[in-house]
Design a protein around this ligand. Structure first.
Ligand SMILES: Cc1ncc(COP(=O)(O)O)c(C=O)c1O
Length: 267
């Protein structure tokens, strides 16, 4: 998809639909076509019986926290089924509870054939995983996709423990609850400050699009002890720890309220 982000290894870079990320790494791998996210006719025109797979993030992260339109992912699934094309969801950013369900695709009622995971899977320890439905998984035999540090006992033990703790502490429901509170607070800010154009996202993956450059707010927040980031120049992205508290959220909202207020006064 255009504006996608799938990583910086050669194949994932080749699948990434952002020229600024690919810059300096040419030649990238051939065979990838890009279409706009949320554009069903464009996808239909690009996919045929010779297409291997459609790869997308159920909610685009680096691309600006872009959610799929109602029915979009269903249409993608249908196009894949009609042409015998595999559907791959990159849930590296959206997975592991981040969006309020264990995997984002659960909220849209669409099952992929392949799903990638990383980030929160090891809660900080480096682990990534590719999951596939049985007929696809059968393409790999033992050792066919091995690497020196792949699937080591240390990180897999950590990932198993992460899953246990997530279940015991019901982190996923907590994420949905805190995400909804966080969004409400950001919507309140939108009502107070004209500089906020839109608030979007699911669970604890939220983007706040501004009418102005977002980077000065990232720097100002950092000076106050809050780590946020800015993507696509104008979108402040909030992907806090899944254990964030209401008090933490309130403190950040106060900080943003002050910063937006100061900006209005200065204008
Ligand atoms: C959706 C998505 N896929 C892939 C990656 C990159 O993963 P890695 O750095 O493990 O290659 C990221 C990193 O931000 C991501 O957000």
């Amino acid at each position: 998809m255009e504006h996608s982000f799938h990583g910086r290894t050669m194949a994932t870079l080749s699948a990434t639909g952002q020229e600024k990320i690919r810059h300096g790494y040419s030649p990238v791998l051939e065979g990838f076509d890009f279409v706009p996210f949320n554009d069903v006719p464009a996808l239909k025109a690009a996919v045929n019986e010779r297409t291997c797979a459609v790869l997308l993030e159920p909610i685009q992260g680096e691309g600006g926290v872009r959610c799929p339109d109602e029915g979009y992912l269903q249409s993608v699934r249908r196009i894949c089924d009609e042409t015998g094309t595999l559907l791959i969801f990159d849930e590296i950013q959206t997975g592991m509870g981040r969006t309020g369900t264990m995997f984002a695709h659960e909220q849209f009622g669409v099952r992929p054939d392949i799903m990638t995971l990383a980030k929160a899977l090891g809660n900080g320890l480096p682990i990534g995983a590719m999951l596939a439905v049985e007929p696809v998984a059968a393409a790999f035999g033992p050792g066919a996709h091995a690497s020196t540090f792949g699937g080591t006992p240390l990180v897999t033990a950590a990932a198993i423990e992460v899953l246990k703790v997530m279940a015991e502490e019901d982190i996923v429901s907590r994420c949905a609850e805190m995400g909804s509170y966080f969004r409400d607070q950001l919507m309140w800010l939108k009502g107070c400050h004209g500089v906020v154009k839109e608030v979007r996202g699911r669970g604890l993956m939220i983007g706040m699009e501004l009418n102005v450059d977002g980077m000065p707010f990232v720097t100002a927040c950092m000076e106050q002890g809050f780590l946020i980031n800015c993507i696509q120049e104008t979108v402040l992205r909030f992907v806090p720890p899944l254990t964030i508290t209401r008090e933490d959220i309130d403190a950040l909202i106060d900080c943003l309220d002050r910063l937006f207020g100061n900006m209005q006064e200065a204008a």
